[in-house]
Design a protein around this ligand. Structure first.
Ligand SMILES: NC(=O)C1=CN([C@@H]2O[C@H](COP(=O)(O)OP(=O)(O)OC[C@H]3O[C@@H](n4cnc5c(N)ncnc54)[C@H](OP(=O)(O)O)[C@@H]3O)[C@@H](O)[C@H]2O)C=CC1
Ligand SMILES: O=C(O)C1=N[C@H](C(=O)O)C[C@H](O)C1
Length: 286
């Protein structure tokens, strides 16, 4: 009996979609089984790869699943790596099909984030700007460092540098924004923390309760984040870098599996989850 999880990938012909299809097809596992069967590879109707086999597009083997604008009936879980423009239809489809969803797309509007929370009242959703284990661990470390340094004599300046490939559409990265949100919480400042994007001109002295963001776009970098904790006389730099996209693809597959099997073998109930939940770090002493 085939008890693999039937997976549909939204944005299947894109950089990330292809890696999810490749790993889900078992191409890079020792025993050729990932625990998934790819049953749907969705992209927009004018994509040049429409009609081609999704496994071949991903550079692995024929899967007998064409890249298509149509949603498969039989998907048990959906992984979305697409664009904000494509997001609304994806969520609506998952809600109407009562299908669990992993959302990895970044650059969502506030309204889209609200509709995600609403959808999570009826279906289970994992939503995270980075599916990488190393990034999520680094987020916890950044919170710890912020707490340890927040009352240091002379103060600490926290700046977030992110580097990504030249094709990336949104800036700063969703991950950088999430680092900033978690760090701002950990700063526990009396005044609201200011989020400052780049600096130019006569800016005056840096204020104490701000977080700076700097988005660098270079070549084919698959994603790198550096959190600088600058003090008077010394600094800490927390650097986390992907060497390829498989950390995100395998994280998304782990999230999909967790939605279907939970922590004790049963499916997760409706709700909005993140990678801390998937990785068992939700209750970490942050
Ligand atoms: N959470 C995480 O861990 C990660 C998140 N990301 C995020 O994932 C997203 C995708 O990244 P990446 O794969 O590099 O981007 P790509 O542009 O390579 O892939 C997106 C795919 O979605 C397609 N698409 C566009 N419109 C639609 C539509 N209406 N319906 C279905 N598909 C559509 C694109 O087609 P076309 O090329 O024609 O536009 C493309 O094939 C980004 O938001 C990125 O920031 C990326 C890596 C990790
Ligand atoms: O577009 C990308 O490539 C990435 N996007 C995500 C983000 O915006 O944080 C995650 C990762 O850094 C790669």
């Amino acid at each position: 009996m085939n008890n693999t999880i039937k997976l549909a990938v939204h944005g299947a012909a894109g950089r990330m979609g292809q890696r999810v299809v490749a790993l889900a097809s078992g191409a890079d596992t020792v025993d050729d089984t990932s625990g998934f069967t790819v049953v749907g590879a969705i992209d927009h109707s004018s994509h040049p790869k429409i009609g081609q086999d999704a496994g071949v597009v991903a550079g692995v083997r024929s899967l007998d699943v064409p890249v298509s604008a149509d949603w498969p009936e039989k998907a048990e879980v959906v992984i979305d790596f697409s664009l904000p423009e494509a997001f609304d239809a994806c969520v609506a489809r998952c809600v109407s099909a009562a299908c669990p969803l992993v959302v990895a797309t970044t650059g969502l509007s506030d309204q889209q984030k609200e509709s995600l929370a609403e959808a999570a009242q009826t279906i289970p959703i994992v939503w995270a700007p980075s599916m990488s284990l190393a990034v999520n661990l680094s987020m916890r470390m950044a919170q710890q460092i912020t707490k340890a340094l927040r009352d240091v004599a002379g103060g600490v300046d926290i700046e977030i540098l992110e580097r990504h490939h030249r094709f990336k559409a949104d800036a700063p990265s969703g991950t950088a924004l999430k680092f900033g949100e978690l760090i701002a919480d950990a700063m526990n400042a009396d005044d609201p923390v200011k989020h400052v994007h780049g600096r130019e001109g006569h800016t005056g002295q840096r204020s104490r309760n701000e977080i700076g963001y700097h988005a660098i776009r270079v070549g084919d970098n698959p994603g790198e984040h550096t959190i600088v904790f600058g003090m008077l006389g010394e600094k800490i730099e927390l650097n986390v870098a992907a060497s390829n996209r498989d950390c995100y693809a395998s994280g998304a597959l782990a999230a999909a599996k967790w939605l279907m099997r939970g922590n004790d073998g049963g499916p997760m109930p409706a709700g909005l989850y993140n990678m801390f939940d998937v990785l068992g770090m939700a209750d970490a002493d942050a």
